[in-house]
Design a protein around this ligand. Structure first.
Ligand SMILES: Nc1nc2c(ncn2[C@@H]2O[C@H](COP(=O)(O)OP(=O)(O)O[C@H]3O[C@H](CO)[C@@H](O)[C@H](O)[C@@H]3O)[C@@H](O)[C@H]2O)c(=O)[nH]1
Length: 371
């Protein structure tokens, strides 16, 4: 039976300060989710698009901060302002999901909620939609938490890992769906690189895409069990939604909350978690090397001029530039060049994760204008 669409909700988590590895595009004033890397829209727009085929526009929420709210209103004026939930300060993803849970459970006690990160980029939207639909059915029928796993292709210490229970895979697979489903045995958030390699070698770990699907009862149950203090705060907010005390209570609660991610706070202890898998072309665009995997228009192998960019005796370079400045590259290979009006990044391919060190140095040296 098709899940009734009026009870389906999506929450885009868009209040994180991460993403500085996409410097100089991402800045303190332009967090990653508001960066337009491909010239076809911001990441948050792409995350909203990933769910908008399934979820009614009035049921899509964005949780962000004051700066994010302003950027949403400016860059996505069509997005309903009452669906932007504003956090006074960032306290990581557990409080973000708790806040959304308070609002959505007040509006609809039968809701099933899909939470997605704002830096979600999916290449095969049709397959992703099929996986979400399956996840919604599972979350509704079994009242369990559904995660979406991605087959890892390298040991990535910046991701969470999901260990599946191979023995249960066959009996748990949904008969009516072609999407493979597994029972989750364990979660491991951001292991070191050696452990990540061991996970991959074992063959029963997937990357956590950061997408979660859960029935509102399941989220509340898990918060109450694993984060009882946050559950009480969620309840305090729930009680005042729609009253004149709403903003004051949220400010108050956030003043004492500690930052905790949903992975550490809930998922590592959660009961009854399933994982759906599929090759839907997932990336979180963590660094420029991720971008070039998708937008990898390698520039000129020998000599060429493209508008105001000239390459001589080059191969395999990735160049992104804005503005009118002419850029010339001579005799270089495997280089990433990111040119903006006030900052220029030149980096060897495969090293772009170290851009975070650049950002740290700029911060340490007080070069705030470039952050
Ligand atoms: N509203 C709000 N959103 C937040 C906050 N903190 C983070 N977010 C948003 O939540 C999403 C994920 O947060 P990150 O902090 O970027 O997490 P991560 O390090 O990328 O790790 C997560 O994603 C990986 C895949 O990209 C996962 O592999 C990993 O397990 C985890 O879920 C992003 O869209 C970010 O903007 C917050 O305090 N408030």
């Amino acid at each position: 039976m098709q899940f009734p669409v009026e009870h389906l909700y999506a929450v885009v988590m868009a209040g994180g300060a991460g993403g500085l590895m996409l410097w100089p595009y991402s800045r303190k004033k332009i967090p990653k989710q508001f960066v337009d890397v491909f010239g076809s829209g911001t990441m948050i727009e792409s995350a909203i698009t990933c769910v908008s085929g399934l979820v009614l526009p009035e049921n899509i929420y964005v949780v962000t901060n004051v700066q994010g709210e302003m950027m949403m209103r400016r860059s996505l004026p069509w997005f309903p302002s009452e669906n932007i939930l504003v956090e006074p300060v960032a306290r990581d993803t557990a409080p973000c999901i708790a806040l959304a849970t308070a609002y959505i459970s007040k509006k609809d006690p039968e809701a099933v909620m899909i939470t997605v990160p704002s830096d979600l980029l999916v290449l095969d939207k049709r397959l992703f939609g099929e996986i979400l639909n399956t996840g919604v059915a599972v979350a509704q029928d079994r009242k369990s938490i559904v995660t979406i796993g991605v087959t890892p292709d390298h040991p990535e210490p910046e991701y969470g890992y999901i260990q599946i229970d191979k023995l249960q895979a066959a009996e748990d697979s949904l008969q009516e769906s072609t999407v493979p489903m597994f029972t989750v045995r364990a979660f491991a958030e951001k292991p070191d690189i050696k452990t990540a390699q061991e996970f991959i070698d074992s063959g029963d770990f997937y990357w956590n895409s950061g997408v979660l699907i859960w029935h509102i009862d399941a989220i509340r149950r898990e918060f109450e069990r694993s984060m009882p203090d946050l559950y009480k705060d969620l309840q305090s907010i729930y009680d005042v939604i729609g009253t004149e005390r709403e903003r004051a209570v949220i400010e108050d609660v956030y003043s004492w909350l500690h930052p905790v991610s949903i992975a550490y706070g809930v998922m590592e202890n959660a009961e009854s978690v399933c994982m759906l898998a599929g090759k839907f072309g997932w990336t979180d665009l963590g660094c420029w090397d991720d971008v070039l995997k998708i937008d990898g228009k390698d520039a000129g192998a020998s000599e060429e001029a493209d508008f105001n960019m000239v390459q001589v005796d080059t191969a395999n370079n990735f160049v992104k530039k804005s503005g009118k400045k002419a850029v010339a590259i001579v005799g270089l290979e495997d280089i990433i060049v990111i040119d903006t009006e006030d900052a220029l990044l030149i980096c060897r391919k495969g090293h772009s994760q170290d851009v975070k060190k650049v950002v740290d140095i700029l911060r340490r040296e007080g070069l705030e204008d470039y952050l």
